[in-house]
Design a protein around this ligand. Structure first.
Ligand SMILES: [Zn+2]
Length: 148
């Protein structure tokens, strides 16, 4: 299988998403089950921009067990409903980058859930820096919306 990474490759011991899964690094978690974890992107394209990843380390979607790929997108779909409800978004994007050439910055499979408003239509979105209080409030609102 063709390898898509080089400089961003690290093992599970040094991978920042594995550290978040293990609780060794803090994150604003919004959803967790036995196999998947969702947390806010620290440099979001919009308020509520969330990352959904498998707990098991793998660099790209090709590294995932085939029967877990559907579960990743099911988790992302559940998260997207809560993200849209919590942010008042008018749409959302799934973005799933594989490899450095695709701008995948962290070599651990993840799906971006990016809420968008009509004002974003047809425009390039830039990374935002939200303060920690706003990030925590956003995560809290998404967790509330996730609750059954
Ligand atoms: Zn990892």
């Amino acid at each position: 299988m063709k390898r898509l990474f080089n400089s961003a490759s690290v093992g599970p011991d040094r991978c920042i998403f594995c550290k978040i899964v293990r609780g060794d690094l803090p994150s604003n978690k919004v959803y967790e089950d036995a196999h998947y974890l969702a947390f806010l992107d620290i440099n979001p394209f919009s308020k509520g921009h969330t990352l959904v990843c498998p707990k098991e380390h793998g660099e790209t979607i090709w590294d995932m067990k085939e029967d877990e790929i559907g579960g990743l997108f099911l988790a992302a779909s559940k998260v997207s409903k809560a993200v849209v409800e919590a942010t008042g978004a008018e749409g959302f994007r799934f973005v799933q980058n594989n490899g450095e050439a695709a701008n995948q910055a962290v070599a651990h499979v993840h799906v971006h859930v990016i809420p968008v408003m009509m004002e974003h239509k047809g425009k390039t979105m830039n990374r935002l820096k939200l303060d920690e209080a706003e990030m925590q409030a956003t995560a809290s609102a998404i967790r509330t919306a996730m609750a059954p």
